[in-house]
Design a protein. Structure first.
Length: 313
């Protein structure tokens, strides 16, 4: 080949390369973990555990939220944001829960990554508090019946969008996990049914157990922070009003999230001038291993035992 022909060919290759789309790390379907399997990104660790039970070893599940974190405020690093744009599917709670992560979910979706807002498929409820009334409650996982729906929704999304290693195993896993959560719901129903009707009144550090109350016939008297998010703060008037309610309703306990300081709940207990027990619950995040809420099922069993024990006293 002549020198002129070689130069012309090189110029042609350079021009062709420039006309091609730039190769980006943010490429949907990339092998993020290096295992050779498809990757599903999940925002919260509760949905992460549920998704792992469904997927098994047919795909990799990467969870963004660490144990004992607050879903309202946890964020992601630039590296994690890049990973989200490489996933084959992003599973997120939605309904406004992951307030610091939703923009990254939206960005990944614009890059062509399929996303699943689980909360949109579970017949969401509105908050019933005077302050938050009318806003959508994102804490649907406290109702295992809605988790049964979530299992099916996640299973279908994975089957549609993710190249899993073994589709039959995916559906078998989902069926087995539905049975496990169904048993959990039956057990919880029996435990709460044993609590006298007049003792089924609860106060929490913020409005997080509306779905559980709706499913198992409890009454949410109020919350220290009269909001559906931990990013809010109570006023002196809020605390005074709730103190009156606690005295009049004879509430035996205040349930405070283990990831949140109990100071406000303790102040309220003192303000109400009644004996009120402060009971820690795992309301919005799984725990580290050995702390009582390593999985969704373990979290719900721990919470149910602590709640029914406190309410029955």
């Amino acid at each position: 080949m002549s020198t002129k022909a070689t130069i012309a060919l090189a110029a042609l290759l350079v021009a062709a390369a420039g006309a091609l789309p730039a190769c980006s790390a943010a490429h949907p379907g990339s092998d993020i973990t290096g295992s050779g399997k498809a990757t599903i990104m999940v925002t919260t660790n509760i949905l992460g555990d549920i998704t792992r039970n469904i997927v098994g070893d047919t795909a990799d599940v990467v969870v963004l939220m660490e144990a004992n974190a607050d879903p309202h405020s946890f964020g992601v690093s630039a590296y994690q944001a890049g990973q989200m744009e490489q996933a084959e599917l992003i599973v997120f709670n939605g309904l406004g829960l992951e307030e610091a992560v939703l923009n990254h979910v939206s960005s990944a979706e614009k890059q062509g990554v399929p996303v699943l807002e689980v909360g949109a498929a579970i017949e969401p409820l509105s908050h019933q508090s005077a302050v938050a009334n009318g806003t959508i409650d994102p804490h649907f996982w406290t109702d295992p019946q809605r988790i049964l729906t979530a299992i099916t929704v996640i299973e279908e999304a994975v089957a549609q969008h993710v190249g899993v290693a073994n589709p039959e195993a995916l559906h078998s896993n989902a069926s087995n996990y539905r049975a496990e959560v169904g048993e959990l719901e039956a057990w919880m129903a029996a435990e709460f049914a044993a609590v006298p009707i007049d003792r089924r009144k609860i106060v929490t550090n913020h409005h997080v157990f509306g779905y559980l109350a709706d499913r198992f016939d409890l009454t949410v008297v109020g919350a220290v922070m009269p909001s559906g998010t931990t990013l809010a703060a109570p006023s002196a008037a809020d605390l005074s009003a709730l103190s009156t309610t606690i005295r009049e309703a004879g509430v035996p306990a205040i349930f405070a999230d283990t990831s949140q300081p109990e100071k406000l709940a303790e102040v309220l207990a003192q303000e109400a001038k009644v004996k009120v027990e402060i009971v820690p619950l795992f309301s919005e995040s799984l725990s580290a291993p050995g702390e009582g809420a390593e999985s969704y099922v373990e979290m719900m069993r721990t919470n149910t035992t602590r709640m029914t024990t406190a309410l029955a006293r």
